[in-house]
Design a protein around this ligand. Structure first.
Ligand SMILES: NC(=O)c1ccc[n+]([C@@H]2O[C@H](COP(=O)([O-])OP(=O)(O)OC[C@H]3O[C@@H](n4cnc5c(N)ncnc54)[C@H](OP(=O)(O)O)[C@@H]3O)[C@@H](O)[C@H]2O)c1
Length: 244
Protein backbone atom coordinates (compact mmCIF):
# COMPACT_ATOMS: atom_id res chain seq x y z
CA UNK A 1 0.00 0.00 0.00
CA UNK A 2 1.10 3.62 -0.59
CA UNK A 3 2.67 5.73 2.14
CA UNK A 4 -0.58 7.70 2.45
CA UNK A 5 -2.32 4.32 2.78
CA UNK A 6 -4.59 4.94 -0.17
CA UNK A 7 -4.97 2.51 -3.02
CA UNK A 8 -4.96 4.39 -6.34
CA UNK A 9 -6.44 3.48 -9.72
CA UNK A 10 -3.83 4.05 -12.39
CA UNK A 11 -3.85 3.73 -16.17
CA UNK A 12 -0.60 3.42 -18.12
CA UNK A 13 -0.89 3.84 -21.88
CA UNK A 14 1.97 1.86 -23.47
CA UNK A 15 3.00 -0.56 -20.74
CA UNK A 16 3.85 -3.79 -22.59
CA UNK A 17 7.57 -2.99 -22.31
CA UNK A 18 10.15 -0.51 -21.10
CA UNK A 19 9.32 2.42 -18.82
CA UNK A 20 5.53 1.95 -18.88
CA UNK A 21 5.81 -1.71 -17.91
CA UNK A 22 8.24 -1.05 -15.07
CA UNK A 23 6.04 1.74 -13.69
CA UNK A 24 3.00 -0.57 -13.84
CA UNK A 25 4.87 -3.32 -11.98
CA UNK A 26 6.06 -0.89 -9.28
CA UNK A 27 2.60 0.65 -8.84
CA UNK A 28 0.99 -2.82 -8.62
CA UNK A 29 3.62 -4.08 -6.16
CA UNK A 30 2.63 -1.17 -3.87
CA UNK A 31 -0.98 -2.39 -3.81
CA UNK A 32 -2.52 -0.10 -6.42
CA UNK A 33 -4.89 -1.24 -9.17
CA UNK A 34 -3.31 -0.67 -12.56
CA UNK A 35 -4.85 -0.76 -16.04
CA UNK A 36 -2.27 -1.21 -18.78
CA UNK A 37 -2.46 -0.92 -22.57
CA UNK A 38 -0.46 -1.70 -25.69
CA UNK A 39 -0.80 -3.56 -28.99
CA UNK A 40 1.03 -6.77 -28.00
CA UNK A 41 -1.69 -8.89 -26.39
CA UNK A 42 0.62 -11.73 -25.35
CA UNK A 43 2.71 -9.32 -23.28
CA UNK A 44 -0.36 -7.74 -21.68
CA UNK A 45 -1.59 -11.23 -20.70
CA UNK A 46 1.82 -12.16 -19.27
CA UNK A 47 1.98 -9.02 -17.09
CA UNK A 48 -1.62 -9.46 -15.87
CA UNK A 49 -0.80 -13.05 -14.89
CA UNK A 50 2.17 -11.88 -12.81
CA UNK A 51 -0.06 -9.51 -10.75
CA UNK A 52 -3.42 -11.28 -10.33
CA UNK A 53 -6.20 -8.88 -9.31
CA UNK A 54 -3.83 -5.90 -9.42
CA UNK A 55 -3.29 -5.46 -13.15
CA UNK A 56 -6.04 -5.32 -15.81
CA UNK A 57 -5.44 -4.88 -19.52
CA UNK A 58 -6.84 -3.40 -22.71
CA UNK A 59 -5.27 -4.18 -26.08
CA UNK A 60 -5.44 -1.26 -28.53
CA UNK A 61 -3.41 0.96 -30.80
CA UNK A 62 -3.38 4.58 -29.61
CA UNK A 63 -3.91 5.70 -33.21
CA UNK A 64 -7.03 3.55 -33.74
CA UNK A 65 -10.56 4.96 -33.77
CA UNK A 66 -11.68 2.86 -30.78
CA UNK A 67 -8.88 4.14 -28.47
CA UNK A 68 -11.13 6.26 -26.22
CA UNK A 69 -13.87 3.60 -26.08
CA UNK A 70 -11.31 1.00 -24.94
CA UNK A 71 -9.72 3.42 -22.47
CA UNK A 72 -13.12 4.26 -20.94
CA UNK A 73 -13.94 0.55 -20.58
CA UNK A 74 -10.61 -0.06 -18.83
CA UNK A 75 -11.27 2.83 -16.41
CA UNK A 76 -14.65 1.27 -15.57
CA UNK A 77 -13.00 -2.14 -15.10
CA UNK A 78 -10.50 -0.79 -12.55
CA UNK A 79 -13.21 1.26 -10.81
CA UNK A 80 -12.14 4.82 -11.68
CA UNK A 81 -9.08 6.95 -12.48
CA UNK A 82 -6.65 8.70 -10.15
CA UNK A 83 -3.55 8.80 -12.38
CA UNK A 84 -3.06 8.47 -16.14
CA UNK A 85 0.42 8.06 -17.62
CA UNK A 86 1.04 8.32 -21.38
CA UNK A 87 4.17 6.30 -22.18
CA UNK A 88 3.38 5.01 -25.71
CA UNK A 89 6.01 6.17 -28.11
CA UNK A 90 8.02 5.52 -31.25
CA UNK A 91 11.63 6.69 -31.35
CA UNK A 92 13.53 5.45 -34.40
CA UNK A 93 16.35 7.33 -36.13
CA UNK A 94 15.24 8.71 -39.50
CA UNK A 95 18.58 9.22 -41.24
CA UNK A 96 17.11 9.30 -44.74
CA UNK A 97 14.03 11.24 -43.58
CA UNK A 98 11.80 8.23 -44.18
CA UNK A 99 8.17 9.34 -44.64
CA UNK A 100 6.57 6.14 -43.28
CA UNK A 101 8.64 6.42 -40.12
CA UNK A 102 7.93 10.14 -39.69
CA UNK A 103 4.21 9.48 -40.18
CA UNK A 104 4.14 6.59 -37.67
CA UNK A 105 6.02 8.76 -35.15
CA UNK A 106 3.57 11.65 -35.46
CA UNK A 107 0.53 9.31 -35.47
CA UNK A 108 1.61 7.78 -32.14
CA UNK A 109 3.51 10.57 -30.35
CA UNK A 110 1.26 13.46 -31.46
CA UNK A 111 -2.16 12.30 -32.71
CA UNK A 112 -2.63 9.32 -30.35
CA UNK A 113 -1.14 11.36 -27.52
CA UNK A 114 -3.32 14.46 -27.90
CA UNK A 115 -6.53 12.46 -28.27
CA UNK A 116 -5.89 10.62 -25.01
CA UNK A 117 -4.42 13.62 -23.15
CA UNK A 118 -7.30 15.90 -24.16
CA UNK A 119 -9.92 13.32 -23.13
CA UNK A 120 -8.16 12.52 -19.83
CA UNK A 121 -7.71 16.19 -18.89
CA UNK A 122 -11.45 16.82 -19.34
CA UNK A 123 -12.26 13.63 -17.42
CA UNK A 124 -10.09 14.68 -14.45
CA UNK A 125 -11.36 18.29 -14.50
CA UNK A 126 -14.96 17.05 -14.40
CA UNK A 127 -14.14 14.64 -11.59
CA UNK A 128 -12.29 17.39 -9.68
CA UNK A 129 -9.19 15.44 -8.69
CA UNK A 130 -6.40 13.24 -10.10
CA UNK A 131 -3.13 13.46 -12.02
CA UNK A 132 -1.77 12.87 -15.48
CA UNK A 133 1.78 12.50 -16.80
CA UNK A 134 3.54 12.13 -20.12
CA UNK A 135 6.90 10.51 -20.76
CA UNK A 136 8.25 13.15 -23.15
CA UNK A 137 12.03 13.34 -23.67
CA UNK A 138 15.09 15.52 -23.30
CA UNK A 139 14.89 15.54 -27.13
CA UNK A 140 11.95 17.96 -26.75
CA UNK A 141 14.39 20.81 -26.12
CA UNK A 142 15.88 21.14 -29.61
CA UNK A 143 15.57 19.84 -33.18
CA UNK A 144 17.54 16.64 -33.74
CA UNK A 145 18.76 15.91 -37.29
CA UNK A 146 18.94 12.14 -36.64
CA UNK A 147 15.30 11.95 -35.57
CA UNK A 148 13.50 15.12 -36.71
CA UNK A 149 9.92 13.84 -36.24
CA UNK A 150 10.78 12.35 -32.84
CA UNK A 151 12.29 15.55 -31.40
CA UNK A 152 9.44 17.63 -32.86
CA UNK A 153 6.81 15.23 -31.45
CA UNK A 154 8.39 15.40 -27.99
CA UNK A 155 8.43 19.23 -28.13
CA UNK A 156 4.71 18.99 -28.91
CA UNK A 157 4.09 16.76 -25.86
CA UNK A 158 6.08 19.01 -23.50
CA UNK A 159 4.41 22.21 -24.75
CA UNK A 160 0.94 20.67 -24.58
CA UNK A 161 1.50 19.60 -20.98
CA UNK A 162 2.84 23.02 -20.00
CA UNK A 163 -0.33 24.55 -21.46
CA UNK A 164 -2.55 22.05 -19.58
CA UNK A 165 -0.75 22.86 -16.31
CA UNK A 166 -1.52 26.56 -16.81
CA UNK A 167 -5.11 25.79 -17.81
CA UNK A 168 -5.70 23.69 -14.67
CA UNK A 169 -4.30 26.47 -12.46
CA UNK A 170 -6.35 29.13 -14.23
CA UNK A 171 -9.59 27.27 -13.56
CA UNK A 172 -8.38 26.57 -10.01
CA UNK A 173 -8.46 22.77 -10.24
CA UNK A 174 -5.96 20.76 -8.24
CA UNK A 175 -5.09 18.37 -11.08
CA UNK A 176 -1.46 17.15 -11.21
CA UNK A 177 0.03 17.70 -14.68
CA UNK A 178 3.53 16.20 -14.85
CA UNK A 179 5.80 16.39 -17.87
CA UNK A 180 8.72 13.97 -17.62
CA UNK A 181 11.80 14.49 -19.81
CA UNK A 182 14.15 11.51 -19.43
CA UNK A 183 17.66 11.39 -20.85
CA UNK A 184 18.78 7.83 -21.62
CA UNK A 185 16.85 5.06 -19.84
CA UNK A 186 17.97 1.47 -20.27
CA UNK A 187 15.32 0.18 -22.73
CA UNK A 188 15.57 -0.93 -26.34
CA UNK A 189 14.63 2.62 -27.39
CA UNK A 190 17.85 4.10 -25.97
CA UNK A 191 20.02 3.24 -28.96
CA UNK A 192 23.47 4.22 -30.13
CA UNK A 193 26.95 3.98 -28.74
CA UNK A 194 27.00 7.59 -27.55
CA UNK A 195 24.69 6.94 -24.60
CA UNK A 196 25.75 8.54 -21.34
CA UNK A 197 24.26 8.98 -17.87
CA UNK A 198 22.16 5.88 -18.65
CA UNK A 199 19.54 5.35 -15.93
CA UNK A 200 18.33 1.86 -14.98
CA UNK A 201 14.67 1.08 -15.61
CA UNK A 202 14.09 0.45 -11.92
CA UNK A 203 15.47 3.84 -10.88
CA UNK A 204 13.79 5.73 -13.73
CA UNK A 205 10.36 4.28 -12.87
CA UNK A 206 10.85 5.10 -9.16
CA UNK A 207 11.78 8.72 -9.91
CA UNK A 208 8.82 9.12 -12.25
CA UNK A 209 6.34 7.70 -9.71
CA UNK A 210 7.70 10.04 -7.00
CA UNK A 211 7.39 13.08 -9.31
CA UNK A 212 3.77 12.18 -10.14
CA UNK A 213 2.93 11.65 -6.44
CA UNK A 214 4.35 15.11 -5.68
CA UNK A 215 2.43 16.64 -8.61
CA UNK A 216 5.66 18.09 -10.04
CA UNK A 217 5.04 20.09 -13.22
CA UNK A 218 8.32 19.24 -14.95
CA UNK A 219 10.95 16.64 -14.10
CA UNK A 220 14.15 15.34 -15.66
CA UNK A 221 15.18 11.70 -15.22
CA UNK A 222 17.73 11.50 -13.83
CA UNK A 223 17.83 15.00 -12.26
CA UNK A 224 21.21 15.89 -13.77
CA UNK A 225 19.58 15.92 -17.25
CA UNK A 226 18.27 19.35 -16.24
CA UNK A 227 21.71 20.68 -17.07
CA UNK A 228 21.65 19.12 -20.55
CA UNK A 229 18.19 20.61 -21.20
CA UNK A 230 19.44 24.08 -20.26
CA UNK A 231 22.62 23.72 -22.36
CA UNK A 232 20.57 22.52 -25.33
CA UNK A 233 18.34 25.61 -25.10
CA UNK A 234 21.14 28.13 -24.50
CA UNK A 235 23.61 26.88 -27.13
CA UNK A 236 23.60 29.16 -30.19
CA UNK A 237 22.65 27.54 -33.51
CA UNK A 238 26.15 27.92 -35.02
CA UNK A 239 27.49 25.60 -32.29
CA UNK A 240 24.39 23.41 -31.88
CA UNK A 241 24.35 22.52 -35.62
CA UNK A 242 27.59 20.54 -35.13
CA UNK A 243 25.95 18.38 -32.46
CA UNK A 244 22.20 18.13 -33.05
N1 LIG B 1 14.29 4.77 -23.26
C1 LIG B 1 14.74 6.01 -23.30
O1 LIG B 1 15.96 6.28 -23.22
C2 LIG B 1 13.75 7.16 -23.41
C3 LIG B 1 14.25 8.46 -23.27
C4 LIG B 1 13.39 9.53 -23.36
C5 LIG B 1 12.04 9.31 -23.56
N2 LIG B 1 11.56 8.03 -23.69
C6 LIG B 1 10.12 7.87 -23.92
O2 LIG B 1 9.59 6.93 -23.03
C7 LIG B 1 8.43 6.32 -23.61
C8 LIG B 1 8.53 4.81 -23.42
O3 LIG B 1 9.65 4.34 -24.15
P1 LIG B 1 10.48 3.04 -23.75
O4 LIG B 1 11.90 3.40 -23.74
O5 LIG B 1 9.89 2.41 -22.55
O6 LIG B 1 10.28 2.16 -25.07
P2 LIG B 1 9.46 0.82 -25.37
O7 LIG B 1 9.90 -0.29 -24.49
O8 LIG B 1 9.57 0.64 -26.86
O9 LIG B 1 7.95 1.17 -24.98
C9 LIG B 1 7.07 1.79 -25.87
C10 LIG B 1 5.66 1.42 -25.49
O10 LIG B 1 4.79 2.15 -26.37
C11 LIG B 1 3.81 1.26 -26.88
N3 LIG B 1 3.38 1.72 -28.19
C12 LIG B 1 4.16 2.11 -29.23
N4 LIG B 1 3.38 2.42 -30.28
C13 LIG B 1 2.09 2.24 -29.88
C14 LIG B 1 0.83 2.40 -30.53
N5 LIG B 1 0.73 2.82 -31.81
N6 LIG B 1 -0.29 2.10 -29.83
C15 LIG B 1 -0.20 1.68 -28.55
N7 LIG B 1 0.95 1.53 -27.89
C16 LIG B 1 2.09 1.80 -28.56
C17 LIG B 1 4.50 -0.10 -26.93
O11 LIG B 1 3.54 -1.14 -26.85
P3 LIG B 1 3.12 -2.09 -28.09
O12 LIG B 1 4.29 -2.22 -29.00
O13 LIG B 1 2.70 -3.36 -27.42
O14 LIG B 1 1.96 -1.37 -28.70
C18 LIG B 1 5.36 -0.06 -25.66
O15 LIG B 1 4.60 -0.52 -24.57
C19 LIG B 1 8.41 6.75 -25.07
O16 LIG B 1 7.44 7.75 -25.27
C20 LIG B 1 9.80 7.33 -25.30
O17 LIG B 1 9.80 8.34 -26.28
C21 LIG B 1 12.39 6.95 -23.62
Amino acid sequence: MNADNQMKRIIIIGATSGIGRKMAEQYAAKGNIVGITGRRKELLDEIEKNFPGKIKTACFDVTASENIVKLSALIREIGGLDILVYSSGIGEPSKELDWQLDKATVDTNVNGFIEIANWSFNYLIKQGHGSMAVISSIAANRGNSWAPAYSASKAFQSNYFEALAIKAKRIKKDIGITCIEPGFVDTKMAKGNKRFWLVSLEKAAQQMITAIDRKKRKVYVSKRWWLVAKLMRWTPFWIYKKLG
